[in-house]
Design a binder for this molecule. Sequence first.
Ligand code: C5P
Length: 232
Amino acid sequence: MRRPEIAVALDLATPEDALALVAAIGDDASWYKVGSMLALSDGSALVRELVKRGKSVFLDLKWHDIPNTVAGAVASAAAVGASLATVHLAGGRRMLEAAAEGRGSSRLRLVGVGVLTSLDAAAFSRVVGRDVREVAEEQERLMELGLGVLDGFVAAPSETARVRRVAGESAFLVTPGIRPAGDSAGDHSRSATPAEAARAGSDLLVVGRPITEARDPGAVVRAIRAEIAAAD
Ligand code: C5P
C-alpha cells in the first residue's frame, strides 16, 4: 500500500505567518502548498525561502489560459524551485502539452484538476451546456486529456480509487479534503481520513485548517503521519 506524504496548505494571510508555521512544524512536514493568496503577497520570495529550508513546494494556482501563457507560468514556477503545480484539464490538450513543455529540464511535476468539488452535477451541467448525470464521468472524460502528458491528477477523496484505476500505478495523485480521524469535517461534505485516502491510492494528502488552526500544528502532523503508517 502507498504511504502518502502530507502537504500542509499554507492558506494564511502573510508570508511571515506562513514561515512561522513552517518553523513550528519543523522536520515533521516536508511539503507545503502555496495558493493564490500567498502567491500574490511576495509569493516567489516565499517559495524560494521554503526551498532554501529544504521543503518541497506545491504551487496550487490552477492555471487555465492559452498554451503560451501557461507554458510561461510553468517555466516561472520551475525557476523559483516549485516541485509540483496544478493546471485545469479543461484548458485542453494543447494547453496541457504546452504546460508539460514549460517544465524544461526541471523536475517540476504537473497535476491536472478536473471538475472542482464545489460543482455538483446541476452546476456542471450549466457550465458545459448539457445534462450531466454524474460528475465522476465528467472527471474521467477530462482526465483523458491529461493522460500521457501530465504527471498525475488532483482527486477528491471519494474519487481517488477510481482516478487511480484510470490513471495507472505510476501517476502522482494529490488528495485534498482530508480530515484526521476524529476531526469534525469542517466545510468538506466529502472528506476522508488519512488512512482512507492512503488505501484509495493517494500519493500526497493536502491538509490545511486541521493543521493551521491547531494549537500544536506539529502534533497534528505527527498524528496524521502515524495514522498513515498504521493504515492497512
Ligand atoms: O479544508 P482544508 O483547509 O484542509 O483545505 C486545504 C486545501 O485544499 C485548501 O487550500 C483548499 O483550497 C484545497 N481544497 C481543494 N479541493 C477541495 C477541498 C480543499 O483543492 N475539494
